[in-house]
Design a binder for this molecule. Sequence first.
Ligand SMILES: Nc1nc2c(ncn2[C@@H]2O[C@H](COP(=O)(O)OP(=O)(O)OP(=O)(O)O)[C@@H](O)[C@H]2O)c(=O)[nH]1
Ligand SMILES: [Mg+2]
Length: 341
Amino acid sequence: MILRKVVGRTMAEALERVRKEVGSDAIIVETSFSGGVATVIAKREPHPPQDAPENPWKGTPYVLEQPEPKLVLPVGFRPFAEELAEFGLSQKLIKILLRAVKGLDPHLLKKGNPSLPGVLRRVLAGLIPTAGDSGTALRSQPTPRSKALALVGPTGVGKTTTLAKLAAQATIHQDLSVGIISTDTFRIAAVEQLRAFAEMMGAPFRVAFTPQDLRAALREFQHHDRIFIDTTGRSPKDAASLKAMRGFLADMPIEVHLCLSAGTRRRDLIANLRAFQPFEPSFITLTKWDETLAPGEALSLAIERNIPLSWITNGQNVPEDLLPAEGAIIAKAAIQETIPA
Ligand SMILES: Nc1nc2c(ncn2[C@@H]2O[C@H](COP(=O)(O)OP(=O)(O)OP(=O)(O)O)[C@@H](O)[C@H]2O)c(=O)[nH]1
Ligand SMILES: [Mg+2]
């Protein structure tokens, strides 16, 4: 029996290491998460000695590589695997969930076990990195950096609408004083729309045409509780505009949130992550959750890359359609299946 303790920054990372270091047939004995360290104890039976012929090129053909065995899903897990795949969760994460549940108690995977949905939801919730986990106090005392938030992202994903929701929620629900800055001077109408919104909220509003303007506006708003900065939407392929915008925001005490539409396909999400990486986003805000049947694709990428989610937006209404990203709520949306009677 081989018994190994493997650690990682997240449960997904530790489980992935178990797969690499102990093997894909490893059985998880115990999982825990404390002090920012995920620990997994895994065991595996030693592999039987290879009985390759002395000269592999003689006699019967020597198989150098076995094809990966197809994953046979335990019967009790099948409806949940289908539901999670329908939700858009990656196969990689579905396997991780299966292994984690099996490690907790193999009996959970028996057909009709009523505890399975709840356990699955809890394990999935634990895998989802959120702003709460990263220690950045979005909702309580901000750090000097997180006091000013900039929303960046591709065109039309809902940056300005999300900014309006955030500013309105901070003012109405948290009684905070907010300042709003637009750097989106690409379209005059966009500036005027945000100015009108700021006026309605009674919040001071500045337009920054240059990095100097932005610095001046940040200084001017330094006594406000929160400062929200809108930016121009840019295509991930428009390297020149992205670079210019990066220069605009560089070296400012600003926390960057990358807005991505939850319905974007995985390849395009990866292209956006790469294109906006120079902005060093601390969080992803997943927008338009209400418009897609498979938000799990975007969610999977955030989990696999361990990028914390800050908010989820789920509609056009300002300020209601905005939720802080919470693992438990997201996991509940992913696993609604109950045990068939
Ligand atoms: N269904 C749905 N629509 C949304 C959501 N958020 C924003 N929208 C809509 O998406 C459209 C674009 O929103 P904007 O806020 O202008 O998007 P943007 O990213 O600022 O766009 P650019 O500044 O042009 O890059 C508007 O019609 C919004 O009402 C959401 O969560 N769900
Ligand atoms: Mg906008």
